[in-house]
Ligand binder design. Structure first.
Ligand SMILES: NC(=O)c1ccc[n+]([C@@H]2O[C@H](COP(=O)([O-])OP(=O)(O)OC[C@H]3O[C@@H](n4cnc5c(N)ncnc54)[C@H](O)[C@@H]3O)[C@@H](O)[C@H]2O)c1
Length: 382
């Protein structure tokens, strides 16, 4: 067997996504035939002691405490950005200018204005790039995409999607700093709009095409919280809940909702799509199942199917266990990395690219703009 080309990875951030990505670099070459062998070359985080612990646990060869030093290293081929949203643009642009492949966590940036130069940088440098909107690569979602592309749904009338959580209901929860940067708009860009709805929007753009205009409402239920960095009570700057109606370029209408105040829901990401001939539903809490209804079925057996997407001829599943056995959340990142490396081996990028990430940022910008203006707003950049 010829030796695979080594691909030296430099990871920035060792939090939740740092772990998920590290796992993907280790597992992807074991389950997929890839043109590269990823090598965990260096992890970067600001606290060297913690970074060393992380490196030892996951098998990184070295540690950096300044991302600039990591980007400058000649032995790094790919920069993977798994740090908070306010760091994405500067790192991605520097990495592209240094000729590295760049994988960036979502949202691409805190706004479309911040994301645009990132797209320009990767496209000018001609480097492979990707945004980690991982839910596209849930096998049931990939199957839905295939059914849509085969034209089984006919004209699409409706799309609806939700992302519900409940972890910020307590008045005592502080904002800002390590782990709670999501509650600080200066770091996150926005609240649930950029954090949760960004996933729903990326998925919708992928499955149902461009969104042209939106009308939205947002709410901040708890107006003040202690800020972890200053120790003082400060106004809350994020949206706690966000809902919008929109129109797609294909003529369909849609409703989206996200909140962190839906008591009892931890990560309820759902979608439904209604076409002339078929409908489908999907739900992250039961992520292997695709609900599918086909009006062309004979009347006496017509009804909703609950397809357990776990057989070898269904998307991605031939790479895993035996038919009928399930895979987990982490597999969506493994799939995305495998697709990315296969494309990069042929000199290409796969979606969602930085340009796709920018398209989502244009929609979240329009949602936030509409919530302020209380008017319908056009989505720019379409
Ligand atoms: N794809 C998904 O489903 C998904 C899920 C969660 C988070 N995310 C995204 O991933 C990113 C990270 O989120 P997380 O949940 O892993 O956050 P986290 O708070 O768990 O981890 C962030 C890490 O970044 C490090 N960091 C912060 N500033 C840094 C800097 N200047 N240089 C180097 N390291 C720095 C922190 O020390 C920490 O290790 C965010 O953009 C978030 O939106 C995506």
């Amino acid at each position: 067997m010829p030796q695979k080309k080594r691909l030296n990875v430099g990871l920035i951030g060792y939090g939740f996504m740092g772990k998920v990505h590290s796992n993907a670099y280790l597992q992807a070459p074991r389950f997929f035939d890839l043109p590269y062998q990823p090598v965990l070359k260096a992890v970067c985080a600001r606290t060297p002691e913690k970074a060393k612990e992380f490196a030892a646990n996951w098998g990184y060869e070295s540690v950096e405490s300044d991302w600039r030093a990591l980007v400058r290293r000649a032995d790094i081929d790919l920069i993977d950005i798994a740090s908070p949203n306010d760091t994405h643009a500067e790192i991605a642009i520097a990495a592209a200018q240094a000729g590295k492949m760049v994988c960036c966590e979502k949202p691409l940036a805190r706004s479309a204005a911040e994301a645009r130069p990132m797209v320009e940088a990767v496209e000018k440098a001609g480097v492979a790039n990707m945004v980690w909107y991982n839910y596209r690569r849930v096998p049931a979602v990939a199957l839905l995409k295939k059914l849509l592309d085969e034209g089984r749904f006919g004209r699409i009338f409706h799309y609806r999607s939700q992302f519900l959580q409940d972890w910020t209901i307590s008045q005592d929860l502080p904002q800002g700093g390590q782990a709670l940067w999501r509650l600080d708009a200066a770091v996150a860009g926005s609240g649930v709009t950029g954090d949760l709805l960004a996933h729903n929007i990326d998925m919708a753009l992928y499955l149902n095409g461009p969104i042209t205009e939106v009308t939205a409402m947002t709410e901040t239920f708890i107006k003040e919280r202690k800020h972890n960095l200053t120790g003082k009570v400060a106004p809350v700057t994020i949206d706690d809940a966000s809902a919008f109606l929109c129109r797609f370029e294909n003529g369909s209408l849609a409703m989206f909702e996200a909140t962190r105040y839906a008591r009892g829901h931890k990560a309820l990401f759902t979608l439904e799509i209604n076409g002339e001939r078929s409908s489908a539903t999907w739900d992250l809490h039961d992520m292997h199942r695709l609900g599918y209804f086909d009006h062309r079925d004979p009347g006496e057996v017509r009804g909703w199917r609950s397809i357990h997407v776990s057989d070898g001829d269904q998307p991605y599943m031939g790479h895993w266990w035996v038919p009928g056995l399930q895979i987990g959340y982490e597999a969506t990142f493994i799939h995305q990395l495998a697709d990315f490396l296969i494309a990069a081996g042929g000199g290409k990028s796969i979606g969602p690219t930085f340009r796709d990430g920018l398209a989502t940022d244009y929609v979240t910008d329009a949602v936030l703009k509409s919530a302020r203006s209380r008017q319908w707003e056009k989505v720019e950049g379409q």
